[in-house]
Design a binder for this molecule. Structure first.
Ligand SMILES: [Zn+2]
Length: 237
C-alpha cells in the first residue's frame, strides 16, 4: 500500500525497508530546501541563575520551543533542537517560490504562538519569585530564513543535514542587528518570495571571515507579514 506508506512516521521507515523509497531515504541525497532557524533569546543576558531559576528557565524554554514546533506544518519539518534554537526545513524542490511563500506564512504563526505561550507561562508562574519565572515576557524570538541545496543522510532514526547553506543559516544568528526580535532572510530567500511584495524591512550586509559578505533583509515585528509590532514586550513594566 503505497498510499499508507506516506503516513508512516519517519521513525519506522528505517526498519520497514520493503518500499524501495525507504532505501532512497537512507542513501545520502541532495534536496533543495528552505531553512528556518528559530532562536529564543537567551536568559543568560539578563538574569542571574541559581538552582531554582536554572531549572525553571529550562522548563520555560522547553515549553516555548515545543509550542513553536507544534505550530510547524508539513512540509515544514523539524530537523533538530539546538540549545535554545530549533532548526526546521521545508522541501521546496518542486516549486521553490510557492514553498518559500508557505514558509513565510508559517513564520507569522510562530510569533503568534510564542507570544501567546509567554503570556500563558507568565500567568501560570506568577507565584514563583525566581528570575526565570518573573522575566518570561522578556524572552524574544528571532527567525533566520535561507534557501538552497543541502545534503541529507539518515542514520538510525536521525536525519542529518549538512552543507554550506546549513552553516550559513547558523552563522547568520551572529550578526550586527541590535534588535532582539526579528525575521532575517537572505537575499536568496527574499528573491523566492518576490511575489509577496515584502517592501518593509531593511537591506543589510553581514560579513563573515569564511563565508564573505551576505546580503540580507531584516524585518522587525510589524514589518513582517502577519506580525504586529511588539507583542508582549510592551506589556511588561
Ligand atoms: Zn521560577
Amino acid at each position: 500500500m503505497i498510499a499508507s506508506e506516506v503516513k508512516t512516521p519517519a521513525i519506522h521507515t528505517v526498519e520497514s525497508s520493503q518500499d524501495p523509497r525507504d532505501r532512497t531515504s537512507v542513501t545520502p541525497h541532495l534536496k533543495t530546501v528552505a531553512l528556518v532557524l528559530a532562536d529564543i533569546s537567551s536568559y543568560t543576558d539578563f538574569i542571574k541563575f541559581n538552582r531554582r531559576s536554572l531549572l525553571h528557565a529550562s522548563e520555560i524554554v522547553s515549553e516555548l520551543l515545543e509550542s513553536v514546533i507544534d505550530k510547524a506544518e508539513f512540509p515544514l519539518v523539524l530537523n533538530k533542537i539546538e540549545g535554545d534554537a530549533t532548526l526546521f526545513y521545508s522541501d521546496i524542490g518542486r516549486d521553490p517560490s510557492l514553498g518559500a511563500q508557505d514558509v513565510v506564512r508559517q513564520i507569522s504563526g510562530f510569533f503568534d504562538v510564542f507570544d501567546g505561550k509567554t503570556s500563558e507561562i507568565a500567568a501560570n508562574r506568577q507565584s514563583c519569585s525566581c528570575d526565570a519565572c518573573q522575566n518570561v515576557t522578556k524572552l524574544q524570538l528571532k527567525v533566520v530564513l535561507h534557501a538552497g541545496e543541502i545534503a541529507v543522510r539518515n542514520i538510525r532514526q536521525f536525519e542529518e543535514i549538512s552543507g554550506e547553506n546549513v552553516i550559513l543559516v547558523h552563522r547568520l544568528l551572529k550578526n550586527s542587528i541590535a534588535d532582539r526580535e526579528y525575521v532575517l532572510m537572505t537575499e536568496v530567500f527574499r528573491q523566492l518570495v518576490d511575489g509577496m511584495s515584502l517592501n518593509d524591512g531593511e537591506t543589510r550586509e553581514e560579513v563573515y571571515d569564511d563565508l564573505g559578505s551576505v546580503k540580507v533583509r531584516v524585518f522587525l515585528l510589524g514589518q513582517f507579514p502577519g506580525t504586529s509590532a511588539h507583542y508582549h514586550s510592551s506589556e511588561s513594566s
